[in-house]
Design a protein around this ligand. Structure first.
Ligand code: GLN
Length: 448
């Protein structure tokens, strides 16, 4: 464990961690060792260290959401996913850096500064779970938890060259995940191998009484699938996204070569088309609406920052203006606006209808296919600063990931190739609800 902590310190240049909990990790490691020695703990995660995105609550360890609002917030309880991992013997070593309240695509809107990509430290590690992705990609921890509301696990995984799973909505308890847009938020997993993704998923998935949206998984959904033999994917019908405009050549090439590989493994391929740009609009309208309501709780009274003023309204105003950064304020404003009387029907309800339509489109697609192959992003990791300078472009870059959140479907980023500069390129596999094990098995088969 000392070595793990040393390695983390040695890579402080990445700014991947907000808090490293040395003492906690050392004492947990001691305890787990004892339990393992006594035969009371075992299994694939016993003694494995992991990191947790800083919007996931950890009892007694501060959880900031990379926001001035929660800079000193120490939760009295742990998220259910963390609790289950600890029960399986995994050892939490720290809390990872992110975009403020998970709003962003580059891990640079948080109050602790930007995360740097281990493949090129001048570049973004992606967002908003950039700290978790950088920590895994740099080999500091074998896996990390992130959260994915519109792509925040898969996109940083793609930029950092690792696996990133967004589970089916409801497959993993959201208890203790600080809400951004509760209808989309899911805790996800970042790891360097599909096998590790599977081990972690099996530990954290399933119904939790404390989250009414969590689901009992269908029988056998977590028992693992072994795809071996000459043509392990024989009979698997895979839809490959039709070539789209605006996709970087290195991404298109990765899709072609991944599709070729799937065919060699026996899969039957055909093409499908993306639902269209309105998916992105629907995502941002609904996500901001939910965020504006979720973030109303930070008023200087119950949690976090309070800017003291004699007048109550002034206290609310000052607390919220000083506590939230620019991107979060922009989204609260947008969300409040679309929920207002003038926009509710014409904008908000229209977005909800669009979401319903996209859900139906995907149901139809999964009548024809067992799995979909598409890009995660349209290009490789951008230079730091690019996303914050052009917020609208940053929103647009989420076009390939948000559909899984709008539909609630599981999706996995698979690191596939490198561009000419050696930057990682990922591809995305999407499955029907609770098809996680199949995603993991196909990713394993693709590894060869
Ligand atoms: N980039 C998207 C957003 O800013 C996704 C964020 C996320 O998944 N947390 O909303």
């Amino acid at each position: 464990m000392e070595r793990v902590l040393e390695n983390i310190r040695a890579r402080s240049d990445l700014n991947a961690f907000i808090t490293v909990c040395d003492e906690y990790a050392l004492s947990r490691a001691e305890l787990v060792k004892k339990e393992m020695g006594a035969g009371r703990m075992g299994g694939p995660l016993a003694g494995v260290s992991f990191a947790v995105k800083d919007n996931i609550c950890t009892a007694g360890i501060r959880t900031t959401c990379a926001s001035r609002m929660l800079r000193d917030f120490v939760p009295p309880y742990s998220a259910e996913a963390v609790r289950r991992l600890e029960a399986a013997g995994a050892i939490m070593v720290g809390k990872t850096n992110m975009d403020e309240f998970a709003m962003g695509s580059a891990s640079e809107t948080g109050c602790f500064g930007a995360v740097h990509n281990p493949h090129d430290t001048r570049r973004s590690a992606g967002g908003s779970s950039g700290g978790s992705a950088a920590a895994v990609a740099a080999g500091l921890v074998p896996f990390a938890l992130g959260s994915d509301t519109g792509g925040s696990v898969r996109q940083p995984a793609a930029y950092c060259g690792i696996y990133g799973l967004k589970p089916t909505y409801g497959a993993v308890s959201r208890y203790g995940l600080i809400a951004y847009a509760s209808g989309f938020d899911q805790i996800g997993i970042l790891a360097a191998s599909p096998q590790m993704i599977g081990d972690v998923l099996r530990a954290i998935a399933g119904r939790d009484e404390k989250d009414s949206t969590s689901k009992e998984l269908p029988e056998g959904a977590l028992s693992g699938i072994d795809l071996t033999g000459d043509k392990p994917l024989a009979g698997l019908r895979v839809g490959v996204l039709k070539d789209v405009k605006g996709l970087g050549p290195e991404i298109s090439q990765a899709l072609v070569s991944c599709a070729d590989r799937l065919a060699v493994l026996g899969a039957e391929l055909d093409t499908y088309e993306l639902p269209g740009p309105e998916a992105l609009g629907a995502y941002y309208i609904i996500a901001c609406a939910q965020a504006s309501s979720n973030l109303a709780r930070y008023d200087g009274v119950k949690y976090g920052l309070r800017v003291r003023r004699d007048d109550l309204d002034e206290m609310y105003n000052m607390t919220r203006s000083e506590g939230f950064g620019e991107e979060v304020r922009r989204r609260i404003l947008l969300g409040t606006f679309v929920l207002g009387r003038d926009c509710y029907e014409s904008v908000y309800l229209k977005a909800v209808r669009t979401q319903q339509r996209i859900k139906r489109q995907y149901e139809e697609l999964f009548g024809r296919f067992d799995m979909l192959l598409g890009p995660v992003t349209d290009k490789c990791a951008p230079m730091l600063g690019e996303a914050s300078n052009r917020p609208l472009e940053a929103y647009e870059s989420d076009i390939y990931t948000v559909t899984a959140n709008l539909t609630g479907l599981p999706a996995l980023c698979v690191p596939w190739s490198k561009d000419a500069q050696g930057l990682p390129v990922g591809v995305m596999l999407t499955a029907p609800r609770f098809g996680e094990e199949r995603l993991i098995a196909v990713a394993e088969a693709l590894k060869g």
